[in-house]
Design a protein. Structure first.
Length: 95
């Protein structure tokens, strides 16, 4: 059995680019993608995700790199949202 969760790791960093590994597992199935983002993008991504959830209707989305043949590597899309009036949260990830 695999530990469930989402992990974002920095594999490489210089002044212009960051290589990330985005890993996700539901406990039975796991996957990962390595994605390249601009060094300028990471602070805004962290700001977007910070403080979640701030309300029951809070929804956040962050896209790491770009999907498709034109991108230099993999990509991931992370969506966070509340599922009920108690504030239980879920994450949906596409890699």
């Amino acid at each position: 059995m695999i530990d469930a969760g989402i992990k974002i790791s920095i594999l490489y960093r210089d002044q212009d680019v960051i290589e990330l590994r985005i890993s996700a597992s539901n406990g039975s199935f796991a996957g990962c993608a390595d994605a390249y983002i601009s060094s300028d993008d990471l602070p805004s991504m962290a700001e977007t995700l910070g403080g979640f959830p701030s309300s029951l209707s809070d929804r956040r989305k962050v896209v790491f790199a770009a999907f498709g043949r034109a991108s230099a590597g993999g990509a991931a899309k992370l969506k966070l949202y509340c599922t009920d009036q108690a504030g239980h949260a879920e994450a949906s990830i596409t890699i």
